[in-house]
Design a protein around this ligand. Structure first.
Ligand code: C2E
Ligand code: CA
Ligand code: CA
Ligand code: CA
Length: 279
């Protein structure tokens, strides 16, 4: 039986259509942000607990729109992944990071800090991506370990191609961290199937360490396991001295979080202002 729709329903976009249009508009603006280099990369310090100083940074991309404010990377990285834009976004971040490292070297900073770049497994296996990464590192003649890659992925694709790319990059002195370990799809199978130099413990765990003996026991178990496979541990989301001291006692090597510093503009990295530790 035919139902006549009210005129207003015909005239307005359905929610799906609107979401689709928003996506297309946002995609066009992201393309524009890449062209005009208005995506910003910020650097969050990573503290070496043993040496008691900042030894590296994580590059975190930021996108400010005049009418929308900050678009969270969680949103636009996902959008970029659904389109081909993830490749130029990845290259853009890499280019900025390598520029910073070259500038630091030219300023005589020794040893160079390491900078970690986030890549989804999707990005990593994108044809030509690994070659681009290795070429950039070679061209800039960066010492091994200076550029690191953090693999962030909701669900791993096939392990074989990821493993092959990782092996290729590792042979060129690029180490890997498994990001957000312990939550979502960042799990034991990844650690079993792939070789990571670093395990980043999701901030969820640091946040709840002192809430319950259970959370503490889980952190301790993750640390013991990471050490068992000879990976270094980075705990994310460290916000208090109490957390830092407890992690130190557990033998955790690296801490990252607001206690050490938030993601800072590149100028702070170059001037050394972003390298101060806690206090
Ligand atoms: P992530 O890799 O887990 O990055 C850490 C996030 O936690 C960052 O949020 C950071 O600002 C935040 N954070 C750091 N320390 C603390 C703390 O002590 N307390 C609290 N409450 N939060 C803290 P952000 O910058 O919004 O990044 C969100 C996610 O976007 C990142 O999660 C990463 O997965 C993704 N992302 C960022 N930049 C890139 C990129 O260049 N490429 C790709 N593929 N993904 C990126
Ligand atoms: Ca990360
Ligand atoms: Ca993380
Ligand atoms: Ca995350």
């Amino acid at each position: 039986q035919d139902v006549t729709l009210p005129a207003e329903d015909l005239a307005t976009e359905s929610n799906e259509e609107r979401a689709g249009l928003d996506k297309i508009r946002l995609e066009a603006r992201l393309r524009d942000a890449l062209d005009t280099k208005t995506l910003e990369v910020r650097y969050q310090p990573i503290f070496d607990i043993v040496e008691g100083r900042v030894r590296g940074y994580e590059a975190l991309v930021r996108w400010q729109l005049p009418d929308r404010g900050a678009v969270s990377p969680a949103e636009f990285i996902k959008l970029a992944e659904e389109t081909s834009l993830i490749v130029p976004v990845g290259e853009y971040v890499l280019d900025r990071v390598i520029e910073v490292l070259v500038a630091l070297r030219e300023a005589g900073v020794l040893p160079l800090p390491s900078i970690a770049v986030n890549l989804s497994a999707r990005q990593l296996v994108e044809p030509g991506m690994a070659r681009q990464i290795v070429q950039r590192v070679e061209r800039a003649q960066l010492p091994p370990g200076t550029l690191k890659l953090e693999v962030t992925e909701s669900r791993m694709l096939d392990y074989a191609p990821v493993a092959a790319v990782m092996q290729h990059c590792r042979a060129q002195g690029i180490p890997f961290a498994l990001d957000d370990f312990g939550t979502g799809y960042s799990n034991l199978t990844h650690l079993h199937k792939l070789d990571f130099e670093f395990v980043k413990v999701d901030q969820e765990f640091a946040r709840h360490m002192f809430d319950s003996q259970r959370a503490m026991a889980i952190v301790e178990a993750i640390v013991a396991m990471a050490h068992g496979i000879e990976a270094s541990v980075v705990v994310e989301g460290v916000e208090t001295h109490e957390q830092l001291e407890r992690l130190r006692a557990m033998g955790v090597r690296y801490a990252q979080g607001y206690l050490i510093g938030q993601a800072a503009p590149v100028a702070d990295v170059v001037s050394g202002a972003a390298a101060r530790g806690p206090e």
